[in-house]
Design a protein around this ligand. Structure first.
Ligand SMILES: *[C@@H]1O[C@H](CO)[C@@H](O)[C@H](O)[C@H]1NC(C)=O
Ligand SMILES: *[C@@H]1O[C@H](CO)[C@@H](O)[C@H](O)[C@H]1NC(C)=O
Ligand SMILES: *[C@@H]1O[C@H](CO)[C@@H](O)[C@H](O)[C@H]1NC(C)=O
Ligand SMILES: *[C@@H]1O[C@H](CO)[C@@H](O)[C@H](O)[C@H]1NC(C)=O
Ligand SMILES: *[C@@H]1O[C@H](CO)[C@@H](O)[C@H](O)[C@H]1NC(C)=O
Length: 249
């Protein structure tokens, strides 16, 4: 009350001490004689404080992202994997973020690490490798529930990288290489077999009917003629070819 009277009395000068400004993405929590002022966070833009009795804290409402450092985790089937990720969160309720926790940011970081460990500890290796999206979604809802009391909204969690132990990596690479080689061999063998089968079939057809061979000659000649843009003239009637063929036989 005294402060208010004083402010009014010295109005032209004190007005400059009363006006405060916060940016579009900020909110101000005002403490008047130690208590949070009714009506919650002020801003963005202009707001008024009383000199001496009021103090205020600015809260950034933008989305913040941080890396979860690589965590060594023992999966359900006893493989040690190293997993890291990214978390995106923002302050949803500035009053709670100030009044209910000393450092919302570091609390969220620590909680993200332990949540990652807890969620992955219940999965086996194949699930971790195949269900990343589901794990991320799971983590997001768990984290979000826990941070509700701090006025924090966890918007997104991503699993960045799953690193397998070096020995397991080598074993898997060797297995993949072996199966690839085996498959290549099978394909090559099949191709060889197909080619020889085709040759055999062709020779069978030709021996069965000599006319087939003759037709083939003609076809080849036509192809050559088309390529070279020329006309081929047979000096002999085509029937005589048959005679020649017959004689050869
Ligand atoms: C923030 O939380 C406080 C306490 O629960 C509540 O009174 C206030 O309305 C909330 N503010 C917003 C913007 O939700
Ligand atoms: C992993 O767990 C799932 C379900 O819990 C199961 O179906 C799958 O067979 C397990 N895989 C291995 C390799 O143990
Ligand atoms: C602070 O968190 C507790 C739960 O941990 C909750 O019951 C309480 O309402 C929160 N404080 C405010 C001011 O809302
Ligand atoms: C061999 O022939 C079969 C069918 O006769 C075909 O499915 C297969 O693709 C062929 N393989 C190769 C390598 O050409
Ligand atoms: C073949 O002849 C035709 C017309 O007689 C001509 O248009 C074409 O360009 C020729 N092709 C070649 C490869 O000489």
């Amino acid at each position: 009350m005294v402060s208010l009277l004083f402010t009014v009395a010295t109005f032209p000068f004190s007005i400059w001490m009363c006006i405060k400004i916060v940016k579009e993405y900020e909110r101000a929590i005002i403490f008047r004689l130690g208590r949070i002022v009714q009506g919650g966070a002020k801003g963005p833009g202009l707001f008024f404080v009383l000199p001496c009795t009021d103090s205020f804290i600015k809260v950034d409402m933008r989305t913040i992202s941080f890396d979860i450092p690589p965590q060594e985790i023992l999966t359900k089937d006893s493989v040690t994997v190293s997993v890291d990720g990214v978390v995106y969160y923002r302050v949803q309720n500035a009053t709670l973020a100030v009044a209910n926790i000393t450092n919302a940011d570091s609390a969220t970081r620590l909680l993200a690490q332990t949540t990652l460990r807890n969620v992955l500890g219940t999965k086996n290796l194949s699930e971790i490798l195949s269900d990343r999206e589901e794990i991320a979604h799971n983590m997001q809802s768990t984290l979000d529930d826990a941070t509700d009391d701090w006025g924090i909204k966890v918007q997104r969690v991503e699993i960045k990288d799953v690193k397998l132990p070096v020995q397991l990596q080598r074993a898997m690479a060797a297995e993949a290489e072996a199966s690839r080689e085996a498959r290549a061999k099978v394909i090559a063998a099949e191709g060889e077999m197909n080619a020889s089968r085709a040759l055999k079939e062709a020779s069978l057809v030709i021996t069965e009917s000599p006319a087939a061979l003759q037709l083939r000659y003609l076809q080849t000649l036509t192809t050559i003629a088309a390529e070279k843009n020329s006309t081929i003239i047979f000096p002999l009637p085509i029937d005589m070819m048959q005679g020649i063929m017959g004689a050869k036989k």
